[in-house]
Design a protein. Structure first.
Length: 121
């Protein structure tokens, strides 16, 4: 009789304990799944952030390269213009020296009227 009473009292306790164990197991599985979802969301956010900043860096690099190319073109144009001016000045000097040598009395000292006319204004 005592054994039957203990058995009668133990059955609800065992059922309650089993329910608590199943509830705890379900809660643990739910928390593991929630943790996995949070990790995936954090990973996706980090990937999106990395993609954004990679694109920003590429855009910035492209802009910098474009500006460098523009500066190189401008420097080349300036150099070309300067070379043309130097060549023109050298040509003018050579012409002036040729004209000076062609004048009579090239060994004379000083400026005469023809030499003064050859000077640039």
């Amino acid at each position: 009789m005592i054994l039957a009473m203990i058995r009668k009292a133990a059955v609800p306790v065992l059922i309650g304990g089993a329910l608590v164990v199943f509830a705890l197991l379900f809660l643990w599985l739910y928390l593991v799944r929630f943790d996995d979802m949070m990790e995936r969301a954090a990973r996706r956010a980090a990937e999106a952030r990395d993609l954004y900043w990679t694109a920003e860096l590429e855009r910035s690099n492209a802009e910098t390269n474009r500006r460098l190319a523009d500066q190189a073109k401008a420097a080349l144009a300036i150099e070309s213009d300067a070379n043309a001016r130097v060549r023109a000045a050298e040509t003018q000097l050579a012409n002036l020296e040729t004209a000076n040598a062609a004048l009579p009395g090239g060994d004379d000292c000083g400026l005469d009227r023809d030499r003064v006319r050859m000077l640039p204004n």
